[in-house]
Design a binder for this molecule. Structure first.
Ligand code: ZN
Length: 417
């Protein structure tokens, strides 16, 4: 086993660990861990709410999810010698749940969860249709996920980090804060909000204390959006065997990671989220000197996905166009057309006995594929969502005999907002 450079004790809160990580982006958060180009090392990661979500049949913890505290990230890790302008090579040699037998109190110890936030606490991709809080527990066995809340479905995990990235420079951080505040200013009272400005409340900033903590907490960017440094990209294909090339903006790169997922559908449409869990990552790092210029990677990571995904070969696909549910035509709106494709799939799966929220949870957690199939045919964009038919233990394809109905079981826990 590689040396554990960032250990986490499952019995302790994130802020009580020997090495404290962070939950904001800022160049001045000290790197307490150092590695060298060529090193192989292990990092432990806590699930993004640091244990606030429980393995039970109530969605109250999702309803009251402590969003100011996310994402608890492992790092920053200094890659000695990396300089601004370089590309940081990060190989994901292995990634998996917390290596511990039996079901423990932390997500990752044999189980994980998919939640949907209430509209007033973050919402989600289909928050108009699903305004309350919901939670599904998934059990892991032999690399396969099943759920007492969503019967009739099982799938192989495509384990990956939802979030990984390098620290921004002070200039880049200022750019983020300015452009996101300008967006917020267009509709400052929107629910859910258009973006999340810096928030000192619940900030965790590694070893910083005192005045320096207060300054950085006021300036540091939230971790929810993906940005030029990678960040919360939620790319389900960043699994074992992936090689990622991150731009370096500060000396020693300051790499951080977290928000591990056992599995996820394209888009992470449920927002809270994929199948969330804690776990470990084994990484190898190296540096391409001046790589940002050499390869034209001035912003946003480039990556080569791993090849250990489940190999599903049969799919049922649903399409949607950029017309609202009330019939209004929108111009090439691919966000809307993907919503319509997903709503189409949810409606279809209900014909087999699932509730609408069970179907939504399948799309968020299972390895579904989302595609921008057409983006030029004015006025409609065409988005598609592909569901692997083999994940169901019944025939989910259309046929002359009509849909067979399954027993939906105890259903999905819900907490009304
Ligand atoms: Zn996540």
């Amino acid at each position: 086993m590689p040396e554990v450079v960032f250990p986490l004790d499952s019995q302790k809160k994130f802020t009580e660990q020997r090495i404290v990580g962070h939950n904001r982006w800022h160049p001045d958060i000290p790197a307490l861990v150092q590695v060298r180009p060529g090193d192989v090392f292990r990092v432990h990661c806590r699930e993004w709410f640091d244990g606030a979500i429980q393995n039970n049949d109530s969605a109250d913890d999702i309803l009251n999810a402590p969003l100011p505290g996310v994402h608890v990230l492992s790092g920053p890790i200094a890659v000695l010698g990396a300089e601004p302008g370089d590309l940081l090579i990060v190989d994901i040699l292995d990634v998996g749940p917390i290596p511990q037998e039996d079901s423990g109190p932390l997500a990752g110890q044999g189980w994980g969860y998919t939640g949907v936030f209430a509209t007033r606490n973050g919402g989600g991709f289909l928050t108009e249709q699903f305004p309350d809080a919901y939670k599904v527990i998934w059990d892991f066995q032999g690399g396969v996920a099943t759920s007492r809340h969503v019967p009739g479905v099982s799938f192989t995990g495509i384990v990956h980090p939802g979030l990984m990235g390098t620290a921004p420079s002070a200039n880049l951080l200022r750019t983020w804060n300015a452009r996101e505040q300008a967006l917020i200013d267009t509709d400052p009272n929107r629910v859910p909000p258009l973006a999340l400005p810096p928030l000192p409340d619940s900030a965790i900033l590694g070893s910083l204390t005192g005045d320096e903590f207060d300054r950085v907490a006021r300036e540091a960017a939230r971790t929810a959006p993906p940005r030029e440094n990678g960040g919360n990209q939620d790319i389900k294909n960043l699994t074992k065997g992936s090689r990622v090339f991150y731009p370096v903006f500060v000396p020693d790169a300051k790499l951080s990671m977290g928000d591990l997922h056992f599995s996820q559908g394209d888009g992470e449409i449920t927002f809270c989220g994929a199948i969330e869990m804690g776990g470990f990552m084994d990484l190898h790092v190296d540096v391409i000197k001046n790589g940002m210029e050499l390869y034209g990677v001035q912003e946003n990571a480039v990556f080569m996905p791993g090849r250990t995904d489940p190999q599903y070969s049969e799919w049922l696909a649903f399409s949607g166009t950029s017309v609202t549910l009330s019939g209004e035509q929108r111009y090439l709106d691919s966000h809307l057309s993907y919503q319509r494709a997903c709503l189409h799939a949810i409606d279809y799966l209900q014909r087999f006995g699932y509730s609408d929220i069970q179907a939504y949870m399948i799309l968020g957690a299972a390895p579904i594929e989302g595609r921008l199939s057409g983006v030029v045919d004015i006025p409609n964009s065409c988005s598609t969502v592909y569901i692997p038919t083999e994940i169901f233990d019944f025939n989910v394809r259309p046929g002359k005999d009509g849909p067979t109905r399954i027993d939906p079981g105890i259903g999905v826990p819900r907490s009304a907002a």
